[in-house]
Design a protein around this ligand. Structure first.
Ligand SMILES: Nc1ncnc2c1ncn2[C@@H]1O[C@H](COP(=O)(O)OP(=O)(O)O[C@H]2O[C@H](CO)[C@@H](O)[C@H](O)[C@H]2O)[C@@H](O)[C@H]1O
Length: 480
């Protein structure tokens, strides 16, 4: 089976968050199922620069007023198609934001173009001699693909639309509609019209053959007004086509036994070796040496991720004898609150503002626990990395965090299945209580080591989830 996967980012070429990790890791996990994935991404400078050997395999004469080239390349096991259209993608900033942190004003056009190109590949008019059997799109940036397919020459080909984060919907004023090269009837409830605006994600959810999200719990939650963010009604009308498949991790990139980004490799039998990583971490974050657990946070610093709750418990962490290190960037006010905490508690709280992939590996390898107080979390990946690295996850009981961490309650401890701590309600008090519970467990080395070992043994690979995607794809093809 040939699958075209379409996304706005893919690890290791371009990454702003978990979407890239998933899009980068799923293809090799699907290969044993006889599924060959080609991944279509925009030709951002970062992508073109990293791909040394690329070949023009086709093109589109007029993609929103400009010619575009389709390049093919292989990178780190990925079979890539790259949409090379400098007017849209040759920019100095990131994939979505300019150098001052603002959305590019033509993002609607940049990602409509990506979606239209995908639909034309599916319609067999762009890459001669290659055509997918199914198209899999991710998040709002690629959500118009099934809409274009419906009105183009691949109307019967099955499509899967995966929601990684329903908070980002790609909603634009109605004035963009005439620029999208869609027929007038597409501006209706059945397609992209969304409360009088154009909704990219809405259009995708309305037209994709199947909808998935990245955990079973989140698939349930988005049917409620609290988590559906306005799309719960539409999703309820499509509930028969909606499922949740939990994310895995790239077990080769995230393997403490072989990870080249950490000073000291280790396995679950050699947890003591983590101490060497801890020492490097202490240096890096300016922490005092000494006992007590190091809690880490690796995250966008936003309300979704509950970072305001974290800012309320920093003093408590220090008062209880713990240390805190934070890597991330985001809301200026939250960055400021954490910086203030770091200067109040020099030697006990360290902060690095920015995005640093190697440092994120070191933090998982040297910290004792990772805090994830998210208000909503479709799946979450950092708790999965934590499990693999013996960095015990302390998580809000929501979405995929619920599905992947087993709370250290008495029964779970007795059954030796606990892997971390969950808390609810998702408030500062809830988080505070979870930190107290973790501190208590940390004081009993045997209990803590068991939590670490149990986590390291849990299956966070793609194996089971790839099987689920494979059977979803086969089911759709069989129906088609
Ligand atoms: N400052 C920093 N420096 C280095 N690395 C950093 C970093 N900040 C974050 N990261 C990395 O970025 C990724 C974040 O992934 P998450 O799944 O936690 O959240 P995100 O909200 O981006 O993804 C959305 O999509 C994914 C994928 O489906 C879902 O798991 C998730 O719930 C959903 O919100 C992880 O690999 C993490 O290590």
């Amino acid at each position: 089976m040939n699958v075209l996967s379409v996304a706005s980012e893919v690890y290791p070429l371009v990454k702003t968050g978990g979407l890239a990790d998933v899009v980068g890791a799923l293809p090799s996990a699907l290969l044993p199922h006889g599924i060959r994935v080609r991944t279509l991404v925009p030709g951002y400078p970062a992508v073109l620069h990293k791909l040394k050997k690329k070949k023009a395999v086709g093109g589109i004469d007029n993609l929103f007023g400009h010619p575009a080239r389709m390049l093919a390349a292989e990178y780190d096991g990925l079979d890539l198609l790259v949409l090379d259209q400098p007017e849209l993608y040759a920019r100095d900033g990131g994939p979505y934001l300019d150098t001052t942190g603002r959305d590019y004003p033509d993002n609607f056009r940049r990602f409509a173009a990506l979606s239209l190109a995908a639909a034309e590949i599916a319609g067999d008019s762009v890459v001669p001699g290659w055509k997918p059997d199914l198209v899999h799109v991710h998040d709002w940036q690629t959500a118009l693909t099934p809409v274009y397919m419906r009105f183009g020459s691949a109307a019967d080909m099955p499509t899967v639309m995966t929601i990684h984060n329903i908070a980002f919907q790609g909603q634009f004023g109605a004035s963009v509609f005439p620029e999208l090269s869609l027929p007038p009837e597409a501006f209706s409830m059945q397609f992209v019209e969304y409360y009088g605006d154009v909704g990219f994600l809405k259009g995708g959810l309305q037209t994709a053959t199947a909808i998935t999200t990245v955990s079973p719990s989140y698939a349930q939650e988005i049917l409620t007004p609290e988590f559906g963010m306005g799309l719960e009604g539409l999703l309820a009308s499509r509930v028969g086509s909606l499922s949740g498949i939990v994310n895995g991790i790239d077990a080769a990139t995230w393997n403490p036994e072989t990870d080249p980004l950490i000073p000291q490799n280790y396995a679950h039998g050699t947890l003591k070796r983590r101490a060497a990583n801890r020492r490097v971490l202490e240096e890096r974050f300016g922490l005092d040496k000494g006992p007590g657990p190091i809690f880490c946070v690796i995250s966008r610093l936003t309300w979704q991720k509950g970072i305001d709750l974290l800012a309320q418990v920093t003093d408590d962490i220090v008062a209880l004898g713990g240390k805190l290190i934070v890597l991330g960037s985001g809301d200026a006010a939250l960055e400021g609150a954490l910086m203030a905490a770091a200067s109040r508690h020099r030697g006990h709280i360290g902060m690095v503002i920015g995005y640093d992939e190697p440092l994120s590996h070191l933090m998982q390898a040297g910290s004792d626990a990772i805090l994830i107080p998210s208000r909503f979390e479709p799946c979450g990946l950092t708790q999965l990395y934590g499990l693999r690295y013996g960095c015990v996850p302390i998580v809000a009981r929501t979405g995929g965090l619920t599905d992947t961490v087993i709370d250290a309650n008495e029964a779970a401890l007795a059954a030796r299945v606990a892997t971390g701590f969950q808390f609810q309600p998702v408030t500062a008090d809830g988080l505070r209580l979870a930190i107290r519970r973790a501190m208590h467990a940390y004081k009993e080395p045997k209990v803590w080591a068991r939590l670490q070992n149990q986590g390291m043994k849990s299956d966070v690979s793609w194996a089971k989830s790839a099987e689920r995607y494979a059977s979803l794809y086969s089911g759709l093809l069989a129906k088609g």
